[in-house]
Design a protein around this ligand. Structure first.
Ligand code: NGS
Length: 278
């Protein structure tokens, strides 16, 4: 276990005279499906200590600071489930975290990579050393799936009920991925060139490999998620072509080149909303 924690990113604030928080004991934790017991509408959900989507335990010094980046458009019913579930989940992990919701406000084709790049800029400006890129339709099921960054990027959602808990291919990094901010900078984030569904995550996997980073995964039973149902997004028919062209463009297409028409930051109680027109 100690080895696993080598290189985890630390807590942001300076320590106060409190004991250090203990993290979930991954060798002893049990499955906790009981977190389903939550209000369906987050309007009715008012736990103490959450502001702007951010929380830190009161009684102890958290060991880790983590920004959760959620890209979003028009999935209100999923968000109503995701937010209370995740706040209940994350508070149990005894970490300092903040949920950023990056919403594509326009009617243009969906561009998840760009939205992640924009969210990452804000989280990095807020000095978060660790980013967790999180689909809004995935809910973690095993408490031992720690929401922290390790030495290498970690694909956290390797085992999803919709795919009978089987990892569909080895280089998959889509779904939920934990990555240190310095690593996100190193790979220049996502390509901005993928519109519609698919490919941007495989392209990120190529970027990670090209910078000699490897993908970690926890064992399968610790990486279980349930997927909320939704209609599939229109697929991007160009995605294979863009991927094959992209290998030479990592340093000029990504976090350092993202442009958008307008942006509005609106802190809410359960999340900090970043509304973008691309
Ligand atoms: C691949 C897509 C990825 C996607 C993955 C899993 O085929 O973007 O399926 O999707 N790559 C390309 O299209 C090139 S899933 O079945 O979970 O919806 O993340």
């Amino acid at each position: 276990v100690d080895k696993l924690f080598t290189g985890v990113t630390p807590f942001l604030a300076s320590k106060q005279s409190k004991p250090d928080c203990t993290y979930i004991n991954i060798l002893q934790s049990k499955k906790s499906h009981h977190s389903w017991d939550i209000p369906r509408k987050y309007d009715d959900f008012s736990p103490k200590g959450i502001m702007n989507g951010s929380y830190a335990p009161e009684e102890c010094n958290p060991l880790f600071s983590v920004a959760i980046l959620v890209t979003y458009r028009n999935r209100q019913s999923q968000l109503d489930i995701f937010l209370p579930y995740m706040h209940n989940w994350l508070r149990k992990q005894n970490i300092h975290y903040k949920i950023y919701l990056i919403e594509q406000e326009d009617e243009k084709p969906w561009n998840k990579g760009m939205l992640y790049n924009i969210g990452a800029k804000y989280a990095i400006a807020d000095k978060f050393p660790c980013l967790i890129l999180h689909d809004v339709d995935l809910l973690p099921l095993d408490e031992s799936n720690l929401y922290v960054c390790m030495k290498e990027p970690r694909h956290m959602s390797a085992s999803i009920d919709k795919f009978r808990f089987v990892l569909t291919y080895d280089t998959l990094v889509g779904g939920v991925l934990a990555m240190r901010s310095e690593q996100y900078l190193l790979v220049n984030g996502f390509s901005n060139r993928f519109h519609g569904w698919g490919g941007e995550d495989d392209d990120l996997a190529d970027r990670i490999a090209s910078r000699k980073l490897s993908i970690l995964r926890f064992p399968r039973d610790m990486s279980e998620y349930t997927m909320l149902v939704h209609h599939p997004e229109p697929k991007n028919s160009e995605r294979q072509r863009i991927m094959s062209e992209n290998k030479q463009h990592i340093s000029e297409d990504g976090l350092n080149s993202v442009v958008y028409e307008s942006i509005q930051v609106k802190p809410q109680r359960l999340f900090t909303m970043i509304k973008v027109k691309l």
